[in-house]
Design a protein around this ligand. Structure first.
Ligand code: EPZ
Length: 445
């Protein structure tokens, strides 16, 4: 199959026909239906993005299985094509990538502004091609998201870095292994760890990353890189060591299940008091969520055949949650659990320690009859008997998911607009929820 131009249709800049998440679609949800049945979790978006970027480090072809078909992953594949990589989706749905030419090293503003994870091409481009020009990401709905730790780490490996006209220019003849500390005011950085770990794979000598991110997506990236010939140890712990090598060769890789999608589906089952089985999910990646849900009165069990079964009591207990770096409670499941706790019998408290302003969903949930009060990085959730359907607006990927969850249980009809936000991280979520009983459909605006 040809490149992304054939496999996915041209980029929306010149053709909106491809499903890059049409801007004006809405979801129409009639609440009150119990979810019942089996739903499968897709491959992880947040593993897929750095995995795709890592292919820039390699010679030969890589094949990624279970890489999800999302606007974010398609944006990354489009960026790879601009950087000289051939990208195609094979018959079995696997994504095949291979570097064809290394001329263009510029990740342009147009692409980076639409998907800030594009910054994780910095490390691979710098290590493999000796230079990179990457637009500094702009603002984000979930709060201030600098990348100073990424740059600090790459500089420690020997990169010369300049910021000119909104673009970061990085260059280095040959990177050298170093001790790198990646702890910031909110803990470590996931994509910063990815950038430095990828760059260190082709550096001269040993790199040690202290205060590295421990997320499963970093472990999955290191597993892929080691299969390509890298020498990474300690991944999944705060101290990662990388012995630089001369070359990496592409390989096949199965993307890990998306723990945030799995958590979203678990909460969907709980909020509708449903009876749902979830396939292809790693409970060991969701211990913090399961721990909190047990207190609320939601049981999440793995059956013999590896399928996860969700059941909840009618009466939901309030709970206190603070988001932390992995393995703490994930910030990417904060909005979703807030929707659930709107219906608990008492007051819950959520404190957001990763993105203190990540509360765009609070005002929208209050429009649906929730009683939420924001006090700085904390929201007090006073439980109510029920939510009421209303027109609401999505403005961030996970906030959109929270509004869908609220709509599933609200009395009456909820219209969620700007669902292109949710298309970034959930593939055809309305079809998959409808298949297990939700009354939800996509309405072109
Ligand atoms: C990743 O973003 C995820 N995205 C995010 O998921 C997730 O919320 C976040 O990690 C935290 O878990 C992808 O993996 C594609 P960070 P990332 O650098 O790596 C501060 C979703 O919904 N920081 O770990 O960009 C930063 O401001 C998305 O799927 C610095 O201070 O996040 C934040 O407060 C949203 N300086 C904290 O660290 C830096 O140089 C964690 O950010 C970098 C980050």
């Amino acid at each position: 199959m040809g490149g992304i131009g054939n496999a996915f249709g041209p980029h929306p800049n010149n053709d909106a026909s491809f499903n890059w998440g049409k801007t004006l679609d809405q979801f129409q949800i009639n609440g009150g239906k119990r979810l019942k049945g089996t739903i499968r979790v897709n491959g992880s978006k947040n593993a897929s993005l750095p995995l795709l970027a890592a292919s820039l480090l390699t010679e030969g072809e890589s094949v990624f299985r279970d890489l999800p078909d999302l606007s974010d992953t398609n944006h990354m594949m489009y960026l790879l094509e601009k950087l000289g990589v051939s990208v195609s989706r094979g018959a079995e749905g696997a994504i095949r990538v291979q570097v064809e030419d290394e001329l263009n090293c510029h990740a342009e503003y147009e692409l980076v502004r639409k998907m800030r994870a594009s910054v994780c091409v910095m490390g691979p481009l710098l290590a493999k091609r000796g230079k990179a020009q990457v637009s500094l990401p702009g603002g984000c709905n979930i709060g201030y998201r600098p990348i100073g730790l990424h740059l600090q780490g790459l500089e420690a490996l020997g990169a010369d870095i300049d910021l000119v006209g909104g673009d970061i220019y990085l260059k280095a003849k040959k990177l050298r292994g170093a001790e790198v500390f990646l702890g910031g005011p909110f803990g470590s950085t996931v994509l910063g760890t990815a950038n430095v770990m990828m760059a260190a794979c082709l550096a001269d000598g040993t790199t040690v990353i202290e205060c590295a991110a421990c997320e499963p997506e970093i472990v999955d990236l290191a597993d892929y890189l080691n299969r390509c010939g890298a020498q990474i140890t300690g991944h999944g712990t705060p101290r990662i060591s990388i012995e630089g090598v001369d070359q990496l060769r592409g390989c096949e890789h199965q993307v890990i299940p998306d723990r945030i999608e799995a958590g979203t589906f678990i909460i969907a089952a709980a909020i509708t008091n449903g009876d749902v089985k979830i396939e292809n999910s790693r409970l060991d990646h969701l211990m913090a969520l399961i721990d909190r849900l047990r207190i609320v009165g939601v049981n999440v069990e793995r059956s013999a055949d590896g399928i996860v079964q969700v059941s909840s009591s009618r009466r939901l207990e309030p709970v206190t949650i603070t988001t932390q770096p992995y393995p703490g409670y994930p910030t990417d499941l904060q909005a979703q659990v807030m929707a659930l706790l709107c219906l608990a019998d008492g007051n819950s408290v959520i404190t957001e320690k990763i993105f203190p302003d990540r509360f765009v969903h609070v005002a929208e949930l209050n429009r649906m009859g929730a009683k939420l009060r924001k006090e700085g990085p904390t929201v007090i959730i006073e439980g109510v008997k029920n939510l009421v359907g209303a027109p609401v607006m999505a403005s961030d990927l996970r906030a959109s998911a929270a509004l869908v969850l609220a709509g599933l249980i609200a009395k009456g009809t909820t219209h969620v607009s700007r669902v292109y936000h949710i298309d970034r991280g959930y593939d055809r979520i309305e079809q998959r929820l409808a298949a297990i009983g939700a009354d939800i459909r996509r309405v072109p605006s």
